[in-house]
Design a protein around this ligand. Structure first.
Ligand code: GLY
Ligand code: MN
Ligand code: MN
Length: 462
Protein backbone atom coordinates (compact mmCIF):
# COMPACT_ATOMS: atom_id res chain seq x y z
CA UNK A 1 0.00 0.00 0.00
CA UNK A 2 0.94 3.64 -0.29
CA UNK A 3 1.58 5.59 2.92
CA UNK A 4 -1.58 6.40 4.95
CA UNK A 5 -1.27 10.13 4.16
CA UNK A 6 -1.55 9.46 0.42
CA UNK A 7 -5.11 8.20 0.88
CA UNK A 8 -5.96 11.03 3.25
CA UNK A 9 -4.64 13.62 0.79
CA UNK A 10 -6.76 12.10 -1.97
CA UNK A 11 -9.88 12.30 0.19
CA UNK A 12 -9.04 15.89 1.15
CA UNK A 13 -8.60 16.75 -2.53
CA UNK A 14 -12.05 15.29 -3.21
CA UNK A 15 -13.52 17.35 -0.37
CA UNK A 16 -12.13 20.46 -2.05
CA UNK A 17 -14.11 19.60 -5.18
CA UNK A 18 -17.46 18.41 -3.79
CA UNK A 19 -18.89 20.59 -1.09
CA UNK A 20 -22.08 19.06 0.23
CA UNK A 21 -23.72 15.77 1.14
CA UNK A 22 -22.00 12.42 1.54
CA UNK A 23 -20.29 10.13 -0.97
CA UNK A 24 -20.75 6.39 -0.59
CA UNK A 25 -18.04 4.13 -2.04
CA UNK A 26 -18.90 0.44 -1.93
CA UNK A 27 -15.93 -1.88 -2.10
CA UNK A 28 -16.29 -5.12 -4.03
CA UNK A 29 -17.24 -8.39 -2.39
CA UNK A 30 -16.22 -11.93 -3.12
CA UNK A 31 -18.11 -13.02 -6.21
CA UNK A 32 -19.23 -16.67 -6.57
CA UNK A 33 -18.08 -18.57 -9.64
CA UNK A 34 -20.16 -21.77 -9.48
CA UNK A 35 -21.21 -21.97 -5.82
CA UNK A 36 -20.91 -19.42 -3.04
CA UNK A 37 -17.67 -20.61 -1.48
CA UNK A 38 -15.86 -21.05 -4.83
CA UNK A 39 -15.20 -17.50 -5.87
CA UNK A 40 -13.61 -15.64 -8.76
CA UNK A 41 -10.25 -14.09 -7.99
CA UNK A 42 -11.04 -11.14 -5.71
CA UNK A 43 -10.57 -7.73 -7.34
CA UNK A 44 -11.26 -4.63 -5.27
CA UNK A 45 -13.06 -1.70 -6.84
CA UNK A 46 -10.50 0.76 -8.21
CA UNK A 47 -12.10 3.94 -6.90
CA UNK A 48 -12.42 2.37 -3.45
CA UNK A 49 -8.72 1.48 -3.68
CA UNK A 50 -7.88 5.02 -4.72
CA UNK A 51 -9.49 6.67 -1.69
CA UNK A 52 -9.52 3.88 0.89
CA UNK A 53 -6.64 1.59 -0.21
CA UNK A 54 -7.83 -1.61 1.50
CA UNK A 55 -7.69 -4.62 -0.79
CA UNK A 56 -10.30 -6.64 1.11
CA UNK A 57 -13.94 -7.62 0.57
CA UNK A 58 -16.83 -6.50 2.74
CA UNK A 59 -15.98 -2.81 3.10
CA UNK A 60 -17.55 0.54 2.29
CA UNK A 61 -16.19 4.05 2.67
CA UNK A 62 -18.11 7.24 3.27
CA UNK A 63 -16.75 10.73 2.78
CA UNK A 64 -19.00 13.16 4.59
CA UNK A 65 -18.49 16.52 2.90
CA UNK A 66 -20.67 18.43 5.38
CA UNK A 67 -18.94 17.12 8.48
CA UNK A 68 -15.50 16.75 6.88
CA UNK A 69 -15.27 13.13 8.07
CA UNK A 70 -14.11 9.88 6.50
CA UNK A 71 -15.64 6.64 7.75
CA UNK A 72 -14.95 3.00 6.98
CA UNK A 73 -17.76 0.49 7.39
CA UNK A 74 -16.78 -3.16 7.87
CA UNK A 75 -16.78 -5.96 10.40
CA UNK A 76 -14.03 -7.36 12.56
CA UNK A 77 -13.47 -11.01 11.81
CA UNK A 78 -14.90 -13.69 14.08
CA UNK A 79 -13.41 -16.97 15.26
CA UNK A 80 -14.87 -18.93 12.32
CA UNK A 81 -13.14 -16.58 9.87
CA UNK A 82 -9.87 -16.90 11.74
CA UNK A 83 -10.05 -20.70 11.57
CA UNK A 84 -10.43 -20.64 7.77
CA UNK A 85 -8.46 -17.52 6.87
CA UNK A 86 -5.94 -17.13 9.69
CA UNK A 87 -5.60 -14.09 11.96
CA UNK A 88 -6.80 -10.84 10.38
CA UNK A 89 -6.14 -7.22 11.35
CA UNK A 90 -8.95 -5.43 13.16
CA UNK A 91 -11.00 -2.80 11.38
CA UNK A 92 -9.23 -0.17 13.49
CA UNK A 93 -5.82 -1.45 12.34
CA UNK A 94 -6.95 -1.55 8.74
CA UNK A 95 -8.39 1.96 8.95
CA UNK A 96 -5.10 3.26 10.35
CA UNK A 97 -3.33 2.06 7.19
CA UNK A 98 -5.34 4.60 5.21
CA UNK A 99 -5.50 7.33 7.87
CA UNK A 100 -9.20 6.85 8.64
CA UNK A 101 -10.11 7.45 12.27
CA UNK A 102 -13.74 6.35 12.38
CA UNK A 103 -14.96 2.81 11.73
CA UNK A 104 -18.43 1.35 12.17
CA UNK A 105 -19.81 -2.17 11.66
CA UNK A 106 -21.09 -2.70 8.13
CA UNK A 107 -24.63 -3.06 9.44
CA UNK A 108 -24.65 0.63 10.41
CA UNK A 109 -24.13 1.90 6.86
CA UNK A 110 -27.81 1.81 5.89
CA UNK A 111 -28.71 3.86 8.98
CA UNK A 112 -25.96 6.41 8.27
CA UNK A 113 -27.22 6.92 4.72
CA UNK A 114 -30.84 7.10 5.86
CA UNK A 115 -30.02 9.72 8.49
CA UNK A 116 -28.19 11.88 5.97
CA UNK A 117 -31.13 11.62 3.56
CA UNK A 118 -33.64 12.51 6.23
CA UNK A 119 -31.60 15.65 6.85
CA UNK A 120 -32.06 16.55 3.19
CA UNK A 121 -28.39 15.92 2.37
CA UNK A 122 -27.33 14.65 -1.04
CA UNK A 123 -26.16 11.03 -1.35
CA UNK A 124 -23.44 11.01 -4.00
CA UNK A 125 -22.60 7.72 -5.65
CA UNK A 126 -20.81 6.50 -8.76
CA UNK A 127 -22.07 4.19 -11.52
CA UNK A 128 -21.89 0.54 -10.47
CA UNK A 129 -20.85 -2.32 -12.75
CA UNK A 130 -21.49 -5.47 -10.68
CA UNK A 131 -24.93 -6.93 -10.12
CA UNK A 132 -24.13 -7.82 -6.52
CA UNK A 133 -23.11 -4.24 -5.76
CA UNK A 134 -26.27 -2.85 -7.31
CA UNK A 135 -28.43 -5.19 -5.24
CA UNK A 136 -26.52 -4.28 -2.08
CA UNK A 137 -26.92 -0.60 -2.87
CA UNK A 138 -30.66 -1.09 -3.30
CA UNK A 139 -30.81 -2.83 0.07
CA UNK A 140 -28.81 -0.03 1.70
CA UNK A 141 -30.64 2.92 0.19
CA UNK A 142 -33.95 1.72 -1.21
CA UNK A 143 -32.90 3.11 -4.62
CA UNK A 144 -34.05 0.39 -7.04
CA UNK A 145 -31.42 -1.21 -9.26
CA UNK A 146 -33.19 0.10 -12.35
CA UNK A 147 -33.16 3.66 -11.01
CA UNK A 148 -29.54 3.79 -9.88
CA UNK A 149 -27.86 4.64 -13.19
CA UNK A 150 -30.12 7.62 -13.74
CA UNK A 151 -29.35 9.09 -10.34
CA UNK A 152 -25.57 8.85 -10.13
CA UNK A 153 -23.74 11.98 -9.03
CA UNK A 154 -22.22 13.72 -12.03
CA UNK A 155 -20.43 16.11 -9.66
CA UNK A 156 -18.77 13.16 -7.94
CA UNK A 157 -17.90 11.46 -11.24
CA UNK A 158 -16.25 14.62 -12.55
CA UNK A 159 -14.36 15.20 -9.31
CA UNK A 160 -13.09 11.60 -9.12
CA UNK A 161 -12.07 11.62 -12.78
CA UNK A 162 -10.20 14.90 -12.41
CA UNK A 163 -8.14 13.38 -9.57
CA UNK A 164 -7.57 9.89 -10.97
CA UNK A 165 -6.72 11.19 -14.47
CA UNK A 166 -3.52 12.77 -13.16
CA UNK A 167 -1.01 10.18 -11.95
CA UNK A 168 1.41 11.11 -9.19
CA UNK A 169 4.95 9.81 -8.74
CA UNK A 170 3.83 6.88 -6.56
CA UNK A 171 1.30 5.77 -9.14
CA UNK A 172 3.85 6.09 -11.94
CA UNK A 173 6.24 3.87 -9.99
CA UNK A 174 3.47 1.24 -9.79
CA UNK A 175 2.73 1.57 -13.51
CA UNK A 176 6.45 0.99 -14.19
CA UNK A 177 6.28 -2.24 -12.16
CA UNK A 178 3.27 -3.41 -14.18
CA UNK A 179 5.15 -2.53 -17.37
CA UNK A 180 8.16 -4.60 -16.33
CA UNK A 181 5.92 -7.64 -15.97
CA UNK A 182 4.32 -6.83 -19.32
CA UNK A 183 7.77 -6.72 -20.93
CA UNK A 184 8.56 -10.19 -19.68
CA UNK A 185 5.18 -11.51 -20.84
CA UNK A 186 5.65 -10.16 -24.35
CA UNK A 187 9.27 -11.19 -24.88
CA UNK A 188 8.33 -14.69 -23.68
CA UNK A 189 5.41 -14.81 -26.13
CA UNK A 190 7.66 -13.69 -28.99
CA UNK A 191 10.26 -16.34 -28.29
CA UNK A 192 7.56 -19.03 -28.14
CA UNK A 193 5.89 -18.01 -31.42
CA UNK A 194 7.24 -20.87 -33.51
CA UNK A 195 5.38 -23.10 -36.02
CA UNK A 196 3.62 -25.99 -34.24
CA UNK A 197 3.28 -24.18 -30.91
CA UNK A 198 -0.24 -23.69 -29.59
CA UNK A 199 -1.74 -20.28 -28.89
CA UNK A 200 -3.23 -21.69 -25.69
CA UNK A 201 0.15 -22.67 -24.29
CA UNK A 202 1.68 -19.26 -24.98
CA UNK A 203 -1.34 -17.51 -23.45
CA UNK A 204 -1.11 -19.77 -20.40
CA UNK A 205 2.60 -19.25 -19.91
CA UNK A 206 2.37 -15.46 -20.09
CA UNK A 207 -0.66 -15.37 -17.79
CA UNK A 208 1.45 -17.41 -15.38
CA UNK A 209 4.16 -14.75 -15.54
CA UNK A 210 1.62 -12.10 -14.54
CA UNK A 211 0.32 -14.22 -11.68
CA UNK A 212 3.76 -15.06 -10.41
CA UNK A 213 5.04 -11.46 -10.43
CA UNK A 214 2.03 -9.37 -9.55
CA UNK A 215 -1.62 -9.47 -8.80
CA UNK A 216 -2.99 -10.80 -12.09
CA UNK A 217 -3.42 -9.94 -15.75
CA UNK A 218 -4.92 -6.51 -16.27
CA UNK A 219 -7.52 -7.94 -18.71
CA UNK A 220 -8.13 -11.31 -20.37
CA UNK A 221 -5.25 -12.01 -22.74
CA UNK A 222 -5.81 -11.39 -26.45
CA UNK A 223 -3.53 -13.75 -28.38
CA UNK A 224 -4.27 -15.10 -31.82
CA UNK A 225 -3.17 -15.60 -35.38
CA UNK A 226 -6.51 -14.03 -36.27
CA UNK A 227 -5.46 -10.57 -35.23
CA UNK A 228 -8.16 -9.04 -37.42
CA UNK A 229 -10.61 -9.86 -34.61
CA UNK A 230 -9.77 -6.96 -32.30
CA UNK A 231 -10.45 -8.60 -28.94
CA UNK A 232 -9.79 -12.22 -29.82
CA UNK A 233 -9.80 -14.41 -26.70
CA UNK A 234 -9.87 -17.66 -28.68
CA UNK A 235 -6.54 -19.44 -28.26
CA UNK A 236 -7.43 -22.69 -30.00
CA UNK A 237 -5.09 -22.59 -32.99
CA UNK A 238 -1.67 -24.05 -33.69
CA UNK A 239 0.84 -21.53 -35.03
CA UNK A 240 1.69 -21.79 -38.71
CA UNK A 241 4.56 -20.45 -40.77
CA UNK A 242 3.46 -17.47 -42.84
CA UNK A 243 0.95 -16.18 -40.27
CA UNK A 244 1.40 -13.46 -37.67
CA UNK A 245 0.57 -13.71 -33.98
CA UNK A 246 -0.90 -10.75 -32.15
CA UNK A 247 -0.47 -10.57 -28.39
CA UNK A 248 -2.34 -7.85 -26.48
CA UNK A 249 -1.65 -8.39 -22.81
CA UNK A 250 -0.60 -6.72 -19.60
CA UNK A 251 -0.31 -7.22 -15.88
CA UNK A 252 -1.42 -5.50 -12.74
CA UNK A 253 1.10 -4.49 -10.11
CA UNK A 254 0.44 -5.62 -6.55
CA UNK A 255 -1.37 -2.32 -5.99
CA UNK A 256 -3.47 -2.95 -9.11
CA UNK A 257 -1.94 -0.49 -11.56
CA UNK A 258 -2.06 -1.83 -15.11
CA UNK A 259 0.07 -2.30 -18.18
CA UNK A 260 -1.40 -2.88 -21.64
CA UNK A 261 0.93 -3.71 -24.53
CA UNK A 262 0.45 -5.21 -27.97
CA UNK A 263 3.05 -6.74 -30.22
CA UNK A 264 2.55 -8.62 -33.48
CA UNK A 265 5.21 -11.03 -34.70
CA UNK A 266 5.71 -13.35 -37.67
CA UNK A 267 5.37 -16.99 -36.67
CA UNK A 268 8.85 -18.46 -36.88
CA UNK A 269 10.61 -15.14 -36.39
CA UNK A 270 11.21 -13.88 -39.94
CA UNK A 271 8.97 -11.28 -41.61
CA UNK A 272 8.06 -11.90 -45.24
CA UNK A 273 7.87 -8.89 -47.57
CA UNK A 274 4.12 -8.35 -47.24
CA UNK A 275 4.30 -8.58 -43.44
CA UNK A 276 7.19 -6.13 -43.42
CA UNK A 277 5.32 -3.64 -45.57
CA UNK A 278 2.17 -3.58 -43.46
CA UNK A 279 4.06 -3.81 -40.17
CA UNK A 280 6.24 -0.81 -40.97
CA UNK A 281 3.18 1.36 -41.61
CA UNK A 282 1.72 0.50 -38.18
CA UNK A 283 5.08 1.17 -36.56
CA UNK A 284 5.36 4.51 -38.36
CA UNK A 285 1.88 5.43 -37.09
CA UNK A 286 2.83 4.43 -33.54
CA UNK A 287 6.06 6.45 -33.66
CA UNK A 288 4.39 9.49 -35.21
CA UNK A 289 1.75 9.44 -32.46
CA UNK A 290 4.33 9.17 -29.69
CA UNK A 291 6.32 12.06 -31.17
CA UNK A 292 3.18 14.21 -31.21
CA UNK A 293 2.15 13.59 -27.60
CA UNK A 294 2.54 16.63 -25.36
CA UNK A 295 0.37 18.75 -23.08
CA UNK A 296 -2.16 20.94 -24.85
CA UNK A 297 -2.54 18.75 -27.95
CA UNK A 298 -5.81 16.83 -28.30
CA UNK A 299 -5.57 13.06 -28.54
CA UNK A 300 -8.29 13.29 -31.16
CA UNK A 301 -5.86 15.15 -33.44
CA UNK A 302 -3.15 12.57 -32.73
CA UNK A 303 -5.59 9.77 -33.57
CA UNK A 304 -6.26 11.47 -36.91
CA UNK A 305 -2.53 11.96 -37.46
CA UNK A 306 -1.98 8.21 -36.98
CA UNK A 307 -4.91 7.50 -39.31
CA UNK A 308 -3.19 9.70 -41.91
CA UNK A 309 0.08 7.78 -41.60
CA UNK A 310 -1.86 4.54 -42.09
CA UNK A 311 -3.80 5.86 -45.09
CA UNK A 312 -0.65 7.24 -46.66
CA UNK A 313 1.24 3.94 -46.18
CA UNK A 314 -1.66 1.94 -47.61
CA UNK A 315 -1.76 4.29 -50.58
CA UNK A 316 1.92 3.61 -51.22
CA UNK A 317 1.08 -0.12 -51.20
CA UNK A 318 -1.78 0.47 -53.65
CA UNK A 319 -4.57 -0.46 -51.21
CA UNK A 320 -5.84 3.10 -50.88
CA UNK A 321 -5.88 5.94 -53.39
CA UNK A 322 -6.85 9.58 -53.75
CA UNK A 323 -6.14 12.43 -51.38
CA UNK A 324 -5.03 11.09 -47.97
CA UNK A 325 -6.44 14.00 -45.95
CA UNK A 326 -9.82 13.66 -47.65
CA UNK A 327 -9.77 9.88 -47.10
CA UNK A 328 -9.19 10.34 -43.37
CA UNK A 329 -11.69 13.15 -43.04
CA UNK A 330 -14.32 10.94 -44.64
CA UNK A 331 -13.35 7.92 -42.53
CA UNK A 332 -12.19 5.64 -45.36
CA UNK A 333 -9.14 4.51 -43.34
CA UNK A 334 -11.51 2.85 -40.87
CA UNK A 335 -11.80 -0.16 -43.17
CA UNK A 336 -8.28 -0.96 -41.96
CA UNK A 337 -8.14 0.94 -38.64
CA UNK A 338 -11.64 0.71 -37.17
CA UNK A 339 -10.80 1.57 -33.55
CA UNK A 340 -9.38 4.41 -31.50
CA UNK A 341 -5.70 5.18 -31.04
CA UNK A 342 -5.84 4.70 -27.29
CA UNK A 343 -7.34 5.22 -23.88
CA UNK A 344 -6.44 6.38 -20.41
CA UNK A 345 -4.77 3.78 -18.22
CA UNK A 346 -4.31 3.54 -14.48
CA UNK A 347 -5.80 1.15 -11.98
CA UNK A 348 -8.30 0.15 -14.64
CA UNK A 349 -6.70 -0.82 -17.91
CA UNK A 350 -9.31 1.36 -19.60
CA UNK A 351 -9.11 3.81 -16.75
CA UNK A 352 -12.45 4.64 -15.13
CA UNK A 353 -14.39 3.39 -18.14
CA UNK A 354 -17.10 2.33 -15.70
CA UNK A 355 -17.61 5.98 -14.71
CA UNK A 356 -18.41 6.93 -18.30
CA UNK A 357 -15.96 7.10 -21.23
CA UNK A 358 -16.96 10.62 -22.15
CA UNK A 359 -16.29 11.97 -18.65
CA UNK A 360 -12.78 10.50 -18.77
CA UNK A 361 -11.73 11.01 -22.37
CA UNK A 362 -13.72 14.06 -23.49
CA UNK A 363 -14.78 17.41 -22.07
CA UNK A 364 -16.75 20.54 -23.01
CA UNK A 365 -14.08 21.50 -25.52
CA UNK A 366 -13.51 18.20 -27.35
CA UNK A 367 -16.53 16.10 -28.25
CA UNK A 368 -16.53 12.57 -29.61
CA UNK A 369 -16.59 12.34 -33.42
CA UNK A 370 -19.50 10.06 -34.33
CA UNK A 371 -18.02 8.71 -37.58
CA UNK A 372 -17.45 4.92 -37.80
CA UNK A 373 -13.98 4.09 -36.51
CA UNK A 374 -13.14 7.39 -34.82
CA UNK A 375 -16.33 6.98 -32.77
CA UNK A 376 -14.50 4.24 -30.87
CA UNK A 377 -11.77 6.64 -29.75
CA UNK A 378 -11.99 6.55 -25.95
CA UNK A 379 -9.62 9.47 -25.35
CA UNK A 380 -9.99 12.64 -27.41
CA UNK A 381 -9.41 15.52 -25.01
CA UNK A 382 -6.45 17.86 -24.67
CA UNK A 383 -3.55 16.09 -23.00
CA UNK A 384 -2.27 17.18 -19.62
CA UNK A 385 0.90 16.45 -17.70
CA UNK A 386 0.33 13.31 -15.63
CA UNK A 387 -2.06 11.59 -18.04
CA UNK A 388 -1.14 7.97 -18.74
CA UNK A 389 -2.50 6.60 -21.98
CA UNK A 390 -2.02 3.94 -24.61
CA UNK A 391 -0.85 4.42 -28.19
CA UNK A 392 -2.16 1.48 -30.21
CA UNK A 393 -2.64 1.94 -33.93
CA UNK A 394 -3.38 -1.08 -36.09
CA UNK A 395 -4.11 -2.34 -39.59
CA UNK A 396 -6.59 -5.18 -39.97
CA UNK A 397 -8.10 -7.06 -42.88
CA UNK A 398 -11.57 -7.94 -41.60
CA UNK A 399 -13.37 -10.12 -44.17
CA UNK A 400 -16.91 -9.20 -43.06
CA UNK A 401 -16.23 -5.46 -43.09
CA UNK A 402 -14.43 -5.68 -46.44
CA UNK A 403 -17.36 -7.57 -48.00
CA UNK A 404 -19.90 -5.16 -46.57
CA UNK A 405 -18.16 -2.00 -47.76
CA UNK A 406 -17.39 -3.41 -51.18
CA UNK A 407 -21.04 -4.45 -51.62
CA UNK A 408 -22.15 -0.98 -50.54
CA UNK A 409 -19.67 0.59 -52.95
CA UNK A 410 -18.34 2.64 -50.06
CA UNK A 411 -15.41 5.04 -50.58
CA UNK A 412 -14.51 3.73 -54.04
CA UNK A 413 -12.56 6.99 -54.53
CA UNK A 414 -10.25 6.01 -51.70
CA UNK A 415 -10.17 2.21 -51.56
CA UNK A 416 -8.77 -0.12 -54.18
CA UNK A 417 -10.96 -3.13 -53.36
CA UNK A 418 -9.36 -5.51 -55.87
CA UNK A 419 -5.97 -4.93 -54.29
CA UNK A 420 -7.31 -5.20 -50.73
CA UNK A 421 -8.89 -8.55 -51.61
CA UNK A 422 -5.39 -9.99 -52.07
CA UNK A 423 -4.73 -9.26 -48.38
CA UNK A 424 -7.85 -10.93 -46.97
CA UNK A 425 -6.57 -13.73 -44.74
CA UNK A 426 -3.51 -11.71 -43.69
CA UNK A 427 -4.94 -11.09 -40.20
CA UNK A 428 -4.13 -7.90 -38.34
CA UNK A 429 -1.28 -5.95 -36.79
CA UNK A 430 -1.48 -3.75 -33.70
CA UNK A 431 1.40 -2.15 -31.79
CA UNK A 432 0.65 -0.73 -28.37
CA UNK A 433 2.81 1.21 -25.93
CA UNK A 434 1.95 2.86 -22.61
CA UNK A 435 2.84 6.52 -22.31
CA UNK A 436 3.09 9.19 -19.63
CA UNK A 437 2.45 12.78 -20.67
CA UNK A 438 5.25 14.92 -19.23
CA UNK A 439 5.72 18.69 -18.88
CA UNK A 440 7.18 19.01 -22.38
CA UNK A 441 6.28 15.81 -24.22
CA UNK A 442 6.00 12.19 -23.27
CA UNK A 443 7.82 9.25 -21.80
CA UNK A 444 7.25 5.56 -22.47
CA UNK A 445 6.28 3.60 -19.37
CA UNK A 446 8.68 0.71 -18.98
CA UNK A 447 11.53 -0.32 -21.24
CA UNK A 448 10.23 -0.47 -24.81
CA UNK A 449 9.38 -4.05 -25.75
CA UNK A 450 11.21 -5.01 -29.00
CA UNK A 451 9.25 -3.31 -31.78
CA UNK A 452 11.35 -2.62 -34.88
CA UNK A 453 11.52 -5.38 -37.47
CA UNK A 454 15.19 -5.95 -36.66
CA UNK A 455 14.53 -6.03 -32.89
CA UNK A 456 11.72 -8.54 -33.28
CA UNK A 457 13.74 -10.83 -35.55
CA UNK A 458 16.73 -10.60 -33.21
CA UNK A 459 14.58 -11.43 -30.14
CA UNK A 460 12.98 -14.42 -31.86
CA UNK A 461 16.31 -15.86 -33.03
CA UNK A 462 17.10 -19.12 -31.27
N1 GLY B 1 -6.44 -4.37 -24.05
C1 GLY B 1 -7.43 -3.86 -24.90
C2 GLY B 1 -6.97 -2.59 -25.38
O1 GLY B 1 -5.86 -2.50 -25.84
O2 GLY B 1 -7.61 -1.60 -25.24
MN1 MN C 1 -4.22 -3.66 -25.27
MN1 MN D 1 -5.19 -0.68 -24.86
Amino acid sequence: MFKPEVYKQRREALKAKVNNGIAVFLGNDESPMNYPANTFHFRQDSTFLYFFGLDLPGLAGVIDFDEGRDILFGNDVEIDDIIWMGPQPSMKDNAAKVAVETTYPFGELAGYIEKARSQGRKIHYLPMYRGETKILFEQLTGIRVGEQAGNVSVDLIKAVVSLRNIKDEYEIAELEKAAAVGYEMHVTAMKMAMPGESERKIAGVIEGIALSRGAMVSFPIILSQNGETLHNHDHSQILQEGRMMITDAGAESLLHYASDFTRTVPVGGKFNQRQRDVYQIVLDANNAATDAIKPGVTYQSIHLLAAGVIASGLKDLGLMKGNVDDAVQNGAHALFFPHGLGHMMGMDVHDMEGLGEDFVGYDDEVKRIQQFGTAYLRLGRKLEKGFVLTNEPGIYFIPALFEMWRKEGKFTDFINYDKVEEYIGFGGIRLEDDILVTETGSKLIGKRIPITIDEIEETMKG
